[in-house]
Design a binder for this molecule. Structure first.
Ligand SMILES: C[S@@+](CC[C@H](N)C(=O)[O-])C[C@H]1O[C@@H](n2cnc3c(N)ncnc32)[C@H](O)[C@@H]1O
Length: 237
């Protein structure tokens, strides 16, 4: 579930039009993780963040996993042999290597700053799978290794013109009965509103009070936000 197959061809266009500031996020990560350390990105997508880390220092030892083959294909073209890429679902991932840091930039998860709270959003719908995923992240880290997750703004409905006569729209549907929201991404032709690609995603939301509990159970100590306030850090106990 939550594969990005349908929108893979339009993903970079949206990202490089301001959805994420990959260069800024990479600088904030580089301030926490020196290039001598090994990093794995969970939900590497098309490799935009790893590329920015390599621009900061080509010595970074980088690995990425993702479960969407169409996204990984673009990452492979972008990164070539500068990063190791694997198709894997975080729920069944078993990588024998140990890393100094794991990153999720909207991959497995992201934190969402609502102004009053900082909630934890993930691509996995139920509690057990989220616990399993966090345990899998912990298992691939060295003791004391960091799990670094981006902090982003609230998911709203909006339209945004993109280069090439394309309009991006997103719609959000909140559920009153589950702890999930549904987000639909649309890429449309500007002139006739024809839909070029669309993708429906479900996010599970953990409210602030539940976050420490699931991270602790998975083997992490919550450290809180970094200096920039744009990254959330947990360390492997
Ligand atoms: C919003 S994109 C983020 C991509 C990248 N981190 C970036 O900064 O552009 C989310 C990515 O996470 C991947 N993903 C979602 N759930 C996953 C799972 N259970 N296992 C592995 N990858 C997953 C999707 O396939 C997608 O490529």
């Amino acid at each position: 579930m939550n594969e990005y197959t349908a929108i893979a061809d339009y993903y970079d266009l949206l990202m490089t039009s301001g959805y994420y500031q990959h260069d800024k996020i990479a600088k904030d990560i580089a301030a926490l993780v020196p290039p001598s350390q090994k990093i794995i990105e969970i939900g590497v997508g098309t490799g935009l963040l790893l590329e920015k880390l390599l621009e900061i220092d080509p010595q970074y030892n980088l690995t990425g996993i993702d479960h969407t083959p169409a996204m990984l294909e673009i990452a492979q073209k972008r990164l070539g042999d500068r990063a190791k890429l694997f198709q894997a679902d975080i729920l069944s991932m078993s990588i024998p290597e140990r890393f100094d840091a794991a990153i999720s930039n909207g991959g497995l998860c992201a934190f969402v700053d609502t102004g009053s709270d900082c909630d934890f959003y993930t691509h996995l719908p139920d509690y057990e799978s989220n616990l399993q995923a966090l345990q899998n992240v912990a298992n691939c880290l060295e003791n004391g290794g960091l799990f670094i997750t981006n902090v982003q703004g609230v998911h709203d409905a909006y339209d945004q013109p993109l280069p090439g006569g394309i309009v991006y729209s997103q719609e959000i549907f909140e559920s009153t009965t589950t702890n999930c929201i549904e987000k639909v991404f649309y890429f449309k032709k500007e002139d006739d509103e024809r839909i070029l690609a669309q993708q429906r995603l479900i996010y599970r939301i953990f409210k602030e009070e539940a976050i420490e509990d699931i991270f602790n159970q998975a083997g992490f100590k919550v450290e809180g936000k970094d200096k920039s306030g744009q990254l959330f850090i947990a360390s492997k106990k």
